[in-house]
Every structure is written in structure tokens, then in C-alpha cells.
Design a protein around this ligand. Sequence first.
Ligand SMILES: Nc1ncnc2c1ncn2[C@@H]1O[C@H](COP(=O)(O)OP(=O)(O)OP(=O)(O)O)[C@@H](O)[C@H]1O
Length: 392
Amino acid sequence: MTCLSFLCGRKVDPTTRPSGFQDELSGVHNVNLYSYRELRLATDDFSPENKVGEGGFGCVYKGKLKNGQVAAIKVLSSHSRQGIREFLTEIQVITDIEHENLVKLYGCCVEGNHRILVYNYLENNSLARTLLGGSQSGIYFNWPTRVKICIGIASGLAYLHKEVRPHIIHRDIKASNILLDKDLTPKISDFGLAKLIPPNVTHVSTRVAGTVGYLAPEYAITGQVTRRVDIYSFGILLIEIVSGRSNNNTRLPMDEQYILERTWQLYERNELVLLVDATLNGDFDAEQACRFLKIGLLCTQDSPMLRPSMSTVVEILSGKKDFDESTITKPGLITDFRDLKIKSNPKPQHHLYHTSSNQNSSGSDTLDNMTSTSPSSSRATMTFTAICDRSG
Ligand SMILES: Nc1ncnc2c1ncn2[C@@H]1O[C@H](COP(=O)(O)OP(=O)(O)OP(=O)(O)O)[C@@H](O)[C@H]1O
């Protein structure tokens, strides 16, 4: 492994180098650069036995690096233009960032057409696969563990939003992007869609990208990204963690399928406790659990300005700060913008809440209209144009 600044630059064959690579990384220093050979050796030539998962951009392998570190080695699909863009963003955003609740990027490999990211290896997979993925994982998430996970994710996000300069908006907070280490400490991962917010800027306008079910309505409509977009997604995730179910479950009766609608119904009936995961068998602090669900509602309020900042959320979750329950207003519900259409190109329009039959492990569709993915991608990523059609 070579530890280099990309400014000094290790020479990469210009004929095979991904175009724009050095330009885009011109501000990134101290990226560890691994040779392809080292990563091949680390993973026993990327053997299927070492494969630990697969996402939209390629396979992930467990491997042992030359220095003895165990790593997760994410090999990006060589065909995917989106993969290159997100690969670069990931490096730009999280190189040099360290926080207990953020995944650590050890470095990358850029050799010929190979583009590989190397992370610290996290033993207990993602929340989507474990907590929301049924009982097969064998992990029991008791109530104190869930509390720790919720506060950990909130702390990681608060750090991105407030501590890091420039501030970072993640844009794809969801259960499959929360990995768990051996102690079930949560680590936010997948910074491929993240946006850096320059000083004194309140929002950045982009094309809509994110995951249906976690997407803040105002962002889906306007494409304006603010930190409140992450806060909305966090609110959904918080409710998922307390309830142990994913945000959209089509096996449930119609009026229970969308978790946020269900939470609001139960809140209005003063029956929030019914939403708490039944697998806890009543072994939880009911007052705290209902409080967490109400914080989920605070974070998903329709008006972005009413959502608390992530640092406030950390304080409320940890019981250091109170909030006035009577201030909770109606959440931004998918049903409120049923006529928001997502136009897929070149196929006919898809409603936001029914984008496609392809689903990722958390049961969510991923939207990203920046570019198209390789045909082999397992992720439901398509070319989209968001249009707001209120004419019915
Ligand atoms: N640092 C890591 N340590 C251990 N396993 C990991 C690590 N990173 C990823 N994985 C495994 O690889 C799988 C795929 O991860 P990846 O980030 O590529 O995609 P994803 O987030 O699951 O899906 P998508 O690309 O659709 O968002 C994860 O579900 C997890 O099982």
C-alpha cells in the first residue's frame, strides 16, 4: 500500500485511467493507494468464499491486508459511469473523516480499469439485513441496543452536518447503509451520493437521488438538498428501528403498509406503543420507545423548517433535552403527494411510491437520475426526471 497525496499523484497509465479522475480528486490529500496485487492477495483472488455482499456498484469481499488489518473490499463495476462518480465522491467525502459512527475508508485502488474501495471490516452486516431482514441473522436487538444504535446514527449524522467542514449531507440515509460492528455499534456507510455544503450556503440544488420511502417530499419535488433531507430519512429509520419493520411492507393491510402513515395514525389515537417491535416481548421502556417514535415524527414533519437539527435530535434522544409534544405537526406523507410523478426515461411514468419491481435488500427502491448504471446492476437505479404534476 502506498500512502500518497493525489496532488503529488502516483502515475496512472493515462490510456486506462478513468477520465477526470485526477481532476476530481485534486483537492484530496492523503488517500491510501493500494495495488491491485495486494487486494488480490488479500481476498485470495476475490474468491467467492470471501464475498460478503453485493450492492448496486459491485461485490464486497472480506480480506486481510498486508499490515494485518481485516478489510471490506468493494470492487466497483467497470461499466458503470455512475459507479465512477460515486466512487470519486466517496473518496472526496470521507477520506480523513473519523467518527465512531461513520465507516472508515482505508483507501482505494485505481489501476487500469480497476476501481476498488477499501474500508474497515464490520462484522455484523447492515441493519437492513439483520434487524429488518427477519430472524435468520441470529442477532437479537434488545431495547438498550436499539437505543444505542439510534443515538449512534444520530451522532454520526450530527457530526457530518455540523462538525465537518465543509458540512456534509449524506442524501441516502437508510437501513442498508447502516453497518454494525462486532459490538453492534452503528456506522453510517455509502457516501456516494453525499453533497458537500460550502460555507454560508443553505441548500444545494441537485437532481433527485435517494431511496423511495426515505425521501423527503420537498426534496423529491424541488431537488433542493438541505440537511433537513437527511433528518427526514433519519426519522423514518428511527421508526424502523423501534418497530423492527421496514418503511413499506406490502404484506400488511393497506392502511398499515406505510410506516409513517401508520405512526401518525397511532400517534393521533395515543396508541404509539402498538408500533413497538413485538419481538421485544414487552421487554422495553414503553415511555422511551414512544418518545423515540415521537422524535421520528418530529424529524419527518412536512415543513422542513420544523424538523429539529441532528444535534438537537441527539440531545433529545439521550434525554438531555426535552421537546414539546404538542408542537409535532403532520408528517410529509407519500399520500400527500400522490400526484408527484417520477418520469423514467424512456419508459412511462412511475409514481414515486411505486417506481419499479426491483428492490434492494431493505425493500426500497433507489432513485438516482444522475446517470445510468450497468445492466448487471442489482440496484433499482434508473434515469429519472422529477416533475410535479398537480393537475391530477
Ligand atoms: N465495511 C463493510 N464491512 C462488512 N461488510 C460490508 C462492508 N461494506 C459493505 N458490506 C457488505 O456488502 C453489502 C453490500 O454493500 P454495498 O454498500 O455495496 O451495497 P448496499 O448498501 O447493501 O446496497 P446499495 O448499493 O443498493 O445501496 C452490505 O450489505 C454488507 O453486507
